[in-house]
Design a protein around this ligand. Structure first.
Ligand SMILES: Nc1ncnc2c1ncn2[C@@H]1O[C@H](COP(=O)(O)OP(=O)(O)OP(=O)(O)O)[C@@H](O)[C@H]1O
Length: 770
């Protein structure tokens, strides 16, 4: 029947060619008739159209229907995505207006409740008046009212604090640099506000959670990285790598503050770990908190003796409307301001208090200069202001939480803190804001808030529809077409992709592991031929049978890195800059964004989980390993998540300028570490890391030698020498060398014979040697 239809259509189309043969067949079939009929036929749809129609009907109604549905879904998705992008832009604009009205710099004041049976004093010295005002009673008849964007009374909860902070998190996702500072006298609750406790989590965990949640709800894909440092006695210290405990321990690399060509601040050598979810980030935060400098003082049992700074950087390359491609949010728990005479601090505590006060005073000066719109802003007067340079002021959002004590005896410090905060607040509002202006501003802000809410609701509805349609499309096409998928094309995201199997780590072989080791190309030949790019493969991690390590702790391995290009390939770590992907089950390296380039070297470390877990579990999940590195002149021990790697100039006992530093290095399962964290050499089962010129090799039961290090590549050698034990590492190394030498000699002889057969004689070889 179909065939018949097709034939009918064909003969019908060919009628125009044969029509003239009918002329004279009947009286009315004259040339005018023939021309008219031809014209009618020509005006009909083309043959191709017919054939398409025919083909469609031939493939059956179901197929046809699916095609139509899929194409409709695609159209709908495109429209919805456009709509979401439009709403995003609108919301972003409104939020920006809202925050402009609120002030790019906002100041909240939080009054600490009385704790541990404290008394106020004679009269209540600090009284919250309303949501904006705080009254200070100096004496019977002497009072002063301070106004802030928000006053959080002593009974305020962490929820209330965070609800005020939430809008700036949206700004961070919109590409603005954000800075949240907790300021105040020592013991007034800064750490409580920022960190909180397990029952009442503070700003840091809530902000990180909100960042991940809001990023997931958006129709963009973000890459987050986490860093944590402290400024102790005027020096920057990375909190994600261990501090040296003994004088022989290698010093962590020096953190230096640089400005990139766009005026952004870059901290050289600061560990930046890519985090893919809240749990990753929070485990790093806990880890960093453990390394903070704290001490007991007269004012506070656990007093922070430094400024603790948490940085979450985010990159989103598919949202062109974002302010910056990469931006950051700083959360800073400032050291407590203190009157050294009052706290009776001496020695080290005195030095710490002095350093804190100096940098806080520098922060005050910067704020003053910003307020006065001075041409010179004294950022360089302290490390704190240098680090925050691009996150304070006009094009960023700053939130200061000033903390005050409820006690009468602290009234001087309270007034100092409030005056300091007022200076900050007046940057955006001017000294006094008339009441009517304030009311009008607040009304406008409420309207904006309603509009934003409306947009948010519409946006959420569209996003739900997109998700539904995507699922439908998936079931129809069996492929994922979620809008976020297109973001996997990002260079950075693709290189940070997680392996599927938790028990595997992505490592890159330097050459085929099937050929004997002595036949592998040497480092030099690899470099010369430029064949150092490797293809990734996976290595199963053998579950450990040893005793459990009591508590994992983070340390880093430092490898001196030679000067090298900033290019990055596969899983090699460029000295210039790199990030480490830190997932539950993987190790992955990636090049970092442009703003982080031009560094001498970077440090990479994968700190371990803090919670105790069975070693078998850890190994199964590929989570934890311990590394023991022994340098020529000294050794240090490393205990960290699988694949933790770091680069540093200061590797103990190794001359960084030498190309042949002699470093033996090995990785072993974490439970081979005894309670003191040191490696037990008698153990038979040891996983080794081989670091040879520019490469690391990861394998079971294989001794290792580190020669040089301009690139580090993880390499599997599971198939080789698996029966070797740690005791024969020297002899094995020797046999390798002998094999290589023999092969080389053999090649030279062959070459010589070849030359000879070509007619070159002794005089040629003599000339060559001369
Ligand atoms: N809002 C609050 N609710 C309950 N307890 C609080 C609150 N604020 C502070 N505290 C308690 O007060 C004590 C001191 O707080 P915290 O250590 O956070 O002060 P700090 O300002 O960080 O001090 P420092 O500058 O010396 O580090 C802690 O025991 C803390 O639990």
């Amino acid at each position: 029947m179909m065939m018949k239809m097709k034939n009918t259509k064909k003969s019908f189309r060919s009628l125009s060619e044969t029509i003239h043969s009918l002329l004279g067949f009947k009286n009315e079939t004259n040339s005018t008739w023939a021309n008219t009929v031809c014209d009618i036929i020509k005006s009909l749809p083309s043959t191709a159209d017919y054939e398409n129609d025919y083909d469609d009907s031939f493939h059956g109604p179901d197929h046809d229907l699916d095609e139509v549905i899929i194409s409709n879904i695609h159209d709908e998705l495109a429209t919805l995505n456009e709509e979401v992008s439009r709403l995003n832009a609108q919301r972003r604009q409104l939020l920006n207006e809202f925050l402009q009205m609120k002030g790019n710099i906002r100041v909240f004041c939080r009054i600490r409740p009385t704790v541990n049976g404290e008394k106020f004093g004679h009269q209540r010295p600090v009284v919250p008046v309303d949501s904006n005002g705080i009254l200070i009673n100096f004496a019977e008849n002497k009072r002063k009212l301070y106004n802030f964007d928000m006053v959080l009374h002593p009974g305020s909860t962490q929820d209330e604090v965070f609800s005020e902070i939430e809008p700036v998190i949206k700004s961070a996702l919109d590409g603005y640099n954000v800075c949240i500072l907790a300021y105040g006298q020592t013991g007034t609750g800064k750490t409580f506000t920022m960190e909180g406790n397990p029952d009442c989590p503070g700003v840091v965990p809530r902000t990180i959670e909100a960042l991940f949640k809001q990023a997931a709800d958006s129709n963009h894909k973000y890459l987050f990285s986490f860093s944590m440092l402290e400024i102790y006695l005027g020096q920057l210290k990375d909190l994600l790598i261990p501090h040296a405990r003994k004088t022989t321990d290698p010093l962590p690399p020096c953190l230096t503050i640089q400005t990139d060509p766009n005026g952004g601040i870059v901290i050289d050598n600061l560990v930046a770990i890519q985090v893919s979810n809240f749990n990753h980030a929070i485990s790093l935060y806990r880890l960093g908190s453990q390394l903070r400098s704290t001490a007991s003082t007269n004012s506070n049992k656990v007093s922070s003796r430094s400024h603790c700074m948490i940085r979450v950087s985010m990159t989103c390359s598919d949202a062109t409307e974002r302010r910056k491609l990469t931006n950051k949010i700083w959360m800073v728990d400032l050291g407590g301001s203190e009157r050294v005479l009052k706290t009776k601090a001496w020695g080290r505590r005195f030095e710490e208090g002095k350093a804190i006060n100096l940098s806080l005073s520098a922060l005050g000066d910067v704020i003053n200069a910003l307020q006065r719109k001075n041409s010179h802003i004294p950022y360089r007067n302290s490390k704190l202001t240098q680090v925050l340079k691009d996150s304070l002021g006009e094009d960023s959002k700053t939130l200061m939480l000033v903390h005050v004590s409820p006690k009468e005896e602290d009234i001087c410090e309270t007034v100092c803190s409030l005056n300091f905060a007022l200076r900050l607040r007046s940057i955006h509002l001017g000294k006094t804001e008339p009441n009517e202006t304030r009311v009008m501003r607040e009304e406008a802000m409420t309207k904006l808030q309603h509009k934003m809410q409306e947009i948010e609701n519409n946006r959420n509805t569209f996003i739900k529809q997109i998700k539904k349609l995507t699922q439908k499309l998936d079931s129809l096409t069996k492929t994922s077409t979620h809008p976020n998928d297109k973001l996997d094309d990002l260079p950075s995201s693709s290189s940070l992709k997680a392996p599927q199997n938790p028990s595997q780590i992505t490592i890159t072989p330097k050459s085929s592991s099937k050929i004997p080791r002595f036949m592998k190309p040497t480092i030099c030949s690899t470099r010369k031929s430029g064949t150092s790019n490797q293809t990734p493969y996976k290595k199963n991690i053998r579950p450990s049978r040893r005793k459990q390590l009591p508590l994992s702790r983070a340390e880093s391995v430092n490898f001196p890195l030679k000067n090298m290009t900033e290019s990055y390939s596969g899983s090699s770590i460029s000295r210039a800059s790199c990030l480490v992907g830190f997932n539950d089950d993987e190790l992955d390296f990636s090049s970092v964004n442009e703003s982080e380039t031009n560094h001498n070297h970077r440090v990479v470390s994968n700190p371990t989980r803090l919670k105790k877990s069975k070693p078998e579990e850890q190994m199964k999940q590929g989570k934890s390993r311990n590394v023991n590195l022994a340098g020529k002149d000294s050794s240090f021990e490393y205990n960290s998540t699988i694949g933790s790697v770091a680069s540093a100039k200061s590797f103990t006992g190794v001359d960084d300028s030498s190309t042949d530093c002699d470093v033996w290095c090995r990785i072993m399962p974490c439970d081979a570490i005894n309670d003191t964290g040191y490696h037990n050499d008698d153990e038979n089962e040891i996983d080794w890391v081989v670091i040879s010129q520019g490469s690391i090799q990861l394998e079971d039961d294989l001794p290792a030698k580190c020669l040089s290090n301009d690139k580090i590549v993880l390499e599997d050698l599971t198939n080789h020498h698996s029966s070797q034990k740690c005791g024969n590492e020297q002899s094995r190394g020797l046999s390798d060398v002998l094999k290589e030498q023999t092969l080389m000699m053999y090649n030279i002889v062959l070459l010589g014979l070849g030359f000879k057969s070509l007619g070159f004689h002794n005089d040629f070889f003599q000339a060559l040697l001369n």
